[in-house]
Design a protein around this ligand. Structure first.
Ligand SMILES: *[C@@H]1O[C@H](CO)[C@@H](O)[C@H](O)[C@H]1NC(C)=O
Ligand SMILES: *[C@@H]1O[C@H](CO)[C@@H](O)[C@H](O)[C@H]1NC(C)=O
Ligand SMILES: *[C@@H]1O[C@H](CO)[C@@H](O)[C@H](O)[C@H]1NC(C)=O
Ligand SMILES: *[C@@H]1O[C@H](CO)[C@@H](O)[C@H](O)[C@H]1NC(C)=O
Length: 611
């Protein structure tokens, strides 16, 4: 990617708008947000701090792309599995030429020539790297250093920005401006083996689980998960990947998380002996790192790689490490780039002519920290990947229906919109309708793991594929339940679940255990990758965007998922939602039965599901 590095010297000599140029038009506020809860505005941003400004141009044909996506992902549609090419997707998200021209003219009027811009392949994003002082002038705004009270993380942001009036219809969003996402990993506390919870003793060597492989799971798995446990529990023992030349699986890494290869080796030696000498590819995006010193090993990155890849050997596997992430250190003398790391990863993956068919991500944030305009654009990018045949798995978050206020007496959740309303707090990207959101279970027999993130989006309306399932759930609630706390017409999540506690892993050479929906997402993605393998080995298309298929299965094929019933996902001072028969906003349809799902996706899917 080529970036225009603006020098402050050039600024004084070039940034003179010609009289009568479009930039003379009156500016009008494009977006304004309330000062976010939990953040303190400190000093003005240093004038020479460089920001990578992304300008999102409208995608007038996005509805057409979405229609294609739903058709090719619908097992009852004649186009099921006929994914679009990179070029077809790019044509469908391309902005109107007039938008490109007007934005170019605006940038030129600030001395930025069009050949200095970096553009996404579809030309729907324009990226420039400029000092804060220049961004302030272009958008008639003031950037400040904002400090997150609880974590001390800092961001250079503003709560409002303006654009010349004639550009409003030609620009969807400019970031980083008003986005206060902090982007955390969804892993709960790591325990070294020494403080691991005492194993839950059973007298028998096995726990009887009718849906498991051979109807039983090793009794040790109740308090100690390994890839073998997951294969037993999810009925995947003995499946040998057969499309390793074609099938690929990836996990994403952010926040300086390093995936350690020596730990990966130790893990495989201990738990996946046939893979003991295997490794994975590392792709560095936007100066991402993968420091291999033992004390730099990342818990999240190790968890994701060890489980996603441990379940799928010898499927080719990639770890994407994306840099450019917060925290930004406000007093550091070097100008620091505090960008949105998702944007960098998406730019990379959308440019890849053959992305992996399955990708797992265990990072997210509260939906309300991401401005709606930006969340919609990021989510639309996930739709592009789905249309190209990529299955995206995201952790549903570790805070039940929402992480409450620090006041332990109430644990209330508040909206971030300046009104301080009491509301549940959905997670992003888990609540994007174009991704598969994975909640968590624990213990064997499986139960709801109470941290499992779930609920209803306040930004995205409910997609048709989940209408029946969610309506059925809502009709079981006592009328008035949680009235005003959630958006009953929003996209509901999670879609499915998987084990999410007592995962054995190696970090820095030491064995320990960890849990969280962070563990559930790579587990589910690993099994999806094996389903993709089975299909590719038969010459069938990969599964691509999963949800229309998952909800069709959930409606009529009870053997596809292990329904989790009982328990709830508390948060915001409430008990949260209950896990009920069928879909619920705690564990979705439940956990996968790989063997049954494999038979289904290798068969005549629509005929089986129409029974
Ligand atoms: C159960 O798992 C433990 C730990 O991996 C292993 O040592 C033991 O042999 C297994 N038991 C059976 C009956 O397979
Ligand atoms: C697994 O552990 C849980 C939690 O202690 C317990 O309730 C359950 O009975 C155990 N399962 C078996 C089969 O012992
Ligand atoms: C990556 O690091 C190099 C060397 O420090 C620097 O020149 C370059 O601008 C960085 N690239 C990005 C995208 O931050
Ligand atoms: C959850 O189930 C319990 C027990 O049946 C019931 O009292 C409670 O109202 C339910 N809560 C919700 C939110 O449905």
């Amino acid at each position: 990617m080529r970036l225009f590095l603006w020098s402050v010297l050039a600024l004084t000599s070039l940034a003179v708008a010609a009289p009568g140029s479009p930039s003379d038009c009156a500016h009008k506020v494009k977006e304004s947000v309330a000062p976010p809860r939990g953040w303190t505005k400190t000093k003005a941003a240093p004038a020479d701090h460089l920001i990578e400004l992304r300008i999102g141009l409208p995608q007038p044909n996005f509805a057409v792309l979405e229609q294609h996506l739903y058709e090719i992902s619908d097992p009852f549609h004649e186009r099921y599995g006929v994914h679009l090419s990179k070029e077809e997707v790019e044509a469908l998200v391309a902005p109107h030429p007039e938008s490109i021209q007007l934005v170019d003219e605006w940038l030129a009027s600030h001395g930025i020539p069009s050949d200095a811009l970096s553009r996404s392949p579809a030309q729907d994003w324009v990226t420039i790297r400029i000092p804060v002082s220049m961004a302030e002038e272009m958008m008639k705004t003031e950037y400040h250093v904002w400090v997150h009270d609880a974590s001390g993380a800092a961001l250079v942001r503003t709560t409002s920005y303006s654009l010349p009036e004639h550009l409003h219809a030609h620009v969807d969003v400019v970031q980083p401006t008003t986005s206060f996402a902090r982007f955390r990993r969804d892993a709960a506390t790591y325990h070294f083996a020494g403080d691991a919870p005492a194993a839950i003793k059973t007298d028998a060597p096995y726990i009887s689980i009718p849906s498991a492989y051979n109807g039983q799971v090793n009794a040790s798995c109740n308090a100690s998960i390994t890839p073998t446990c997951l294969k037993e529990l999810y009925n995947a023992v003995g499946y040998v990947p057969a499309a390793a030349g074609e099938n690929k699986l990836a996990v994403t890494g952010y926040l300086g998380q390093n995936a350690n290869l020596e730990d990966f080796h130790l893990f495989n030696e201990a738990f996946v002996p046939e893979a003991a000498d295997s490794t994975f590819d590392v792709v560095y995006i936007n100066n991402g790192t993968n420091d291999q010193s033992p004390d730099a090993a990342g818990i999240e990155a190790n968890l994701d790689t060890q489980y996603a890849f441990g379940l799928t050997y010898p499927t080719p596997r990639t770890f994407y490490t994306t840099g450019g992430s917060p925290p930004f250190i406000p007093d550091d003398l070097t100008p620091t780039d505090s960008n949105e790391p998702y944007a960098n990863w998406l730019e990379y993956i959308l440019s890849d002519p053959s992305p992996p068919q399955t990708i797992s991500t265990s990072y997210g944030d509260d939906e309300q920290t991401v401005p709606e305009s930006y969340a919609k654009r990021v989510c639309a990018s996930f739709a592009q990947l789905g249309a190209r045949g990529v299955s995206l798995s995201f952790s549903s978050g570790d805070n039940g229906v929402g992480d409450g206020d620090s006041d332990p007496a109430t644990q209330q959740c508040y909206t971030n919109n300046g009104l301080n309303e009491h509301k549940f707090i959905p997670a992003f990207p888990a609540a994007c309708p174009y991704v598969t959101s994975v909640g968590a279970t624990w213990y064997i027999p499986e139960e709801v793991y109470y941290i499992s993130g779930g609920g209803f989006s306040n930004y995205f309306s409910r997609p048709a594929y989940q209408e029946l399932a969610v309506d059925t759930y809502l009709s079981k609630l006592v009328p008035g339940t949680y009235a005003g706390l959630y958006n009953p017409s929003g996209r509901a999540y999670p879609d499915v679940a998987a084990q999410g506690q007592f995962f054995n892993l190696f970090v820095g050479g030491v064995e320990g255990q960890i849990g969280g929906t962070s563990a559930a997402s790579p587990t589910f993605a690993g099994l999806v990758s094996l389903l993709n393998d089975a299909r590719l080995a038969r010459g069938l298309a990969p599964l691509g965007f999963l949800n229309p298929l998952l909800y069709a299965i959930g409606a009529v094929f009870p053997d596809g998922f292990n329904d989790i019933v009982g328990g709830s996902n508390p948060g915001c001072g409430t008990e949260g939602f209950n896990a009920t028969v069928g879909w619920d906003p705690v564990t979705g349809f439940g956990t996968p039965n790989f063997g049954n799902l494999k038979d289904l996706v290798l068969g005549d899917v629509s005929a089986i599901l129409e029974l």
